[in-house]
Design a protein around this ligand. Sequence first.
Ligand code: DGL
Length: 290
Amino acid sequence: MHVDLLAGTAYNPSTMPTPVPTILVFDSGLGGLTVFTEVLKARPDARFIYAADDAGFPYGRLSEEALAARVLMVMDRLIAVHDPEFVVVACNTASTLVLPYLRARFPIPFVGTVPAIKPAAQLTRSKRITVLATPGTVARDYTRDLIETYAAGCAVNLVGSSRLAGFAEAELAGIPVSDEDLFSELEPCFVEDRDGRTDVVALACTHYPLLLERMKRLAPWPVAWIDPAPAIARRVVQLIGPPVPGHEVDEGEATIVFTEGRDLNPSLRAALYDKGLPIIALEPLPLLQT
Ligand code: DGL
């Protein structure tokens, strides 16, 4: 099977034990909410668990060994406790490394989020694209392979930011960073030479679309920004089918799990409400740091 933007395994909806699936959306933090919002729109009837492994955040700084061990350990716990029928790994840093291990370990389907290099290469006219990601995603063999396969005719500028995901978390909690700080992370995305300049920026970390409006305002020139969340939601529907009529789930059944079990400030609670998580059931899941 040919899979490019989204990594997914073929899945037969008729094998699902219940008509309304429980979907686990997983990230190191709150970036996966950009994906959760789109999947919620596509399957408003589903039961959702959103898991933020904030005890391990940010994943972008972890070695590949540490990250693989961490994600498998957290996923073991989440799957044992919540028994999802379907998992969306809404994290590029994790997906570009651990999807094969997850699929080998658990007998349920996983959809991942990987850098949108093929769509970026199709969209660019200048043949100069930027992939803005975490340092971990930028260093992956998986990312290099995508570039070789789909963007061989383009100059690909890989930008690994160690601060942007944290900025996005702060923004959501009502503590926005300064334009100067944001711009310093953004500036390397914009490259110009004699023959042209960057015209597409692929947001290859699910946190970054949370900052998109500010990034657009700070950009030195207009570019096309690619947020893969709508495509991931389409992929989920492709794999598990459209909403089941007559199975609407009450608003507020969605559960958000933080592995650190921290308290949320009122701004963050309000932001989660706006993102489709009106009732927050904090469920501390303390795990050893790797
Ligand atoms: N949201 C994650 C991603 O898509 C990464 C943030 C982190 O470094 O933990 O890559």
